[in-house]
Design a protein around this ligand. Structure first.
Ligand code: TNX
Length: 555
């Protein structure tokens, strides 16, 4: 009897499920792919009467509500009302904080429920709500990203399919880097870069502010860093080794007011700006400004017109440490970030080998070689920053000669540095060149604008797995996340940054946000087709190789 009943009931249930899952609706194209998304029946129709319901006495909620309203109003021409009434019954978007973090995965998580008559967004933090509205935007037609409604086709309907989304990030650190030294980019563009990161739920902007070819941050105590160090006389033209220079003065820098503006702008989008002040190498611009910071065996200091690695590094003198501490004091005042990146990469040791002063320091401190001297240098800076409540991040060369006790390692020369650091129980950010360097070619170099080299397709970046197999479960916890780097030796305009960064940055956003089990190349590529439309509307000069057809080099 029981069996005879179960069979028809099962059939009935399957039939009912098929009816409630609307077959005519395709799955919305959310990037990064959420942890879970269930399609339901129906549509929410956004119109001029839709009310945003939220308690805007909280500054965090107010910040999110403002950005929600602004995007909707700009794109639709509506003027949505904000209300804190709890008697609304229909046509509203309710945003609520619910402190029970555990039920959202983690504090950046959110849950979004949309149906015919209302939208409910809940999260344990305003940050989670912010990610919820990013998903909400992607449930709408791409025109929602238009900032001028007169440019939106009049017949656009603002329908939101009914869905249940539960979502939270896999990694805490979801980063993008930008080198503003080799080429300089204006504040307006930095803000656009930040906006694009936020749209894909990325949360760390690594701002590479100093290098051999230019010092780009105003430091009040050392005005020559920007009057001298921010400018070079000439720039290499064409590929490395071409020997051609343009003999044009080039440069620029950010004032402290501009830096504050960017930090605030990013903060409203839940992005922490991590400044990088390079040491002991990549310091030509600083030494050209204040030659006493270099070793006396190196003459002819200048801001470099070409790329590469230079021997003119900071000498480990007390003058240098005082200088760096003073610089970092101003940097800490500008950047609330817990992390300060101190570089540490590509510091040739010739200058130290030939320097009486450097050799004396080694003797005084009982250091066996110049690698240990580098470790002493970094550790001393780390102590200073730790004493001010900050932590350092350094490129993986800081492993040489022994890691500073609390340092986080950014693994760029492959993944080995990351593995080694995690095994030593140090935090790690993965950014291996072969997957995460967006200055590499993304298609056949013959048909591409000049790039540094390499070959990193969208598919390759998408295939990146930040947790190396070599790590056990315990060690894997030290992998905070991953970052895409945009070095700009061969990238001299905002348009070209966009071309190199997008859509590969979008792939890394999904790598760092979505559960490993949810990652699927074909699915990503399909969703990317809608993302391309969004990028068009946002006036992003994204590379088009993967638009429409899969490119021939990657079928
Ligand atoms: C290596 S990544 C560098 C940069 C270059 C980049 C070019 C790193 C820590 N150092 O100085 O711009 O390669 O891809």
């Amino acid at each position: 009897m029981r069996n005879r009943l179960i069979y028809p009931i099962t059939i009935l249930l399957i039939f009912a499920a098929a009816c409630t899952t609307p077959s005519h609706q395709s799955k919305p194209n959310i990037i990064p792919e959420p942890v879970s998304m269930k399609m339901e029946k129906g549509n929410f129709q956004l119109d001029n009467e839709t009310i945003i319901s939220a308690d805007t006495t909280s500054a965090g909620i107010k910040n999110v509500v403002r950005q929600l309203k602004k995007r909707i109003d700009n794109a639709t021409g509506y003027e949505l009302t904000i209300s804190n009434s709890d008697t609304l019954t229909t046509n509203y978007i309710a945003l609520n904080i619910d402190a029970d973090t555990a039920s959202y995965g983690n504090k950046e998580g959110y849950s979004l429920s949309t149906s015919d008559n209302r939208i409910k967004l809940q999260a344990p933090t305003p940050n989670g709500l912010f990610y919820g509205i990013q998903t909400l935007f992607q449930l709408l037609p791409p025109q929602i990203y238009q900032s001028d409604y007169t440019l939106v086709p009049q017949n656009t309907t603002w329908d939101i399919p009914a869905v249940e989304v539960e979502d939270y990030p896999r990694f805490k650190y979801r980063g993008m880097h930008l080198d503003v030294d080799r080429h300089f980019f204006p504040v307006k563009f930095i803000k656009k870069y930040i906006d694009l990161m936020a749209m894909n739920k990325m949360n760390r902007f690594h701002w590479h502010l100093t290098d051999d070819q230019g010092w780009r941050i105003q430091i009040k105590q050392y005005p020559k860093l920007t009057s001298v160090g921010a400018w070079r006389d000439s720039t290499l033209v064409g590929h490395y080794g071409s020997g051609n220079y343009n003999h044009k003065r080039y440069g620029g820098y950010y004032t402290q007011d501009e830096i504050r503006e960017v930090v605030q702008y990013a903060k409203k989008r839940y992005i922490t700006v991590i400044p990088e002040i390079e040491m002991p190498g990549h310091a030509s611009a600083a030494i050209a400004s204040y030659p006493e910071l270099g070793c006396s065996n190196i003459k002819n200091h200048h801001v470099q017109p070409t790329w590469g690695v230079f021997e003119d590094i900071y000498c480990p003198s007390e003058k240098t440490f005082t200088f760096l501490e003073n610089v970092l004091t101003e940097v800490m005042d500008l950047f609330p970030s817990k992390y300060i990146h101190i570089g540490g990469d590509e510091a040739p040791k010739t200058a130290w080998k030939n320097s009486k002063l450097a050799q004396q320091v080694m003797k005084r401190e009982g250091l066996k070689n110049e690698e240990e001297l580098q470790s002493y240098f970094i550790t001393r800076i780390e102590k200073f920053l730790n004493a001010h409540g900050r932590n350092i991040i350094g490129w993986d060369e800081i492993l040489q000669g022994g890691l500073a006790p609390n340092a986080t390692v950014m693994s760029w020369r492959g993944i080995e540095g990351g593995i080694e650091a995690a095994k030593q129980h140090h935090n790690v950010i993965m950014t291996p060149g072969g997957y995460c360097y967006l200055d590499h070619y993304q298609a056949d170099p013959e048909t591409e604008p000049l790039a540094i080299g390499g070959f990193t397709t969208l598919k390759k970046t998408y295939s990146y797995e930040p947790v190396p197999n070599e790590l056990n479960k315990e060690e894997s916890k030290y992998i905070l996340g991953a970052q895409a780097n945009v070095w700009t030796e061969y990238i001299n305009s905002p348009d070209k940054v966009e071309y190199m960064a997008y859509p590969r940055a979008t792939a890394l956003a999904e790598v760092t946000w979505s559960p490993k089990s949810k990652r699927n190349w074909t699915g990503f590529w399909r969703r990317m087709q809608t993302e391309f439309k969004r990028l068009d509307i946002l006036d992003v000069n994204a590379a088009q190789h993967y638009r429409g057809k899969m490119p021939h080099f990657q079928e």
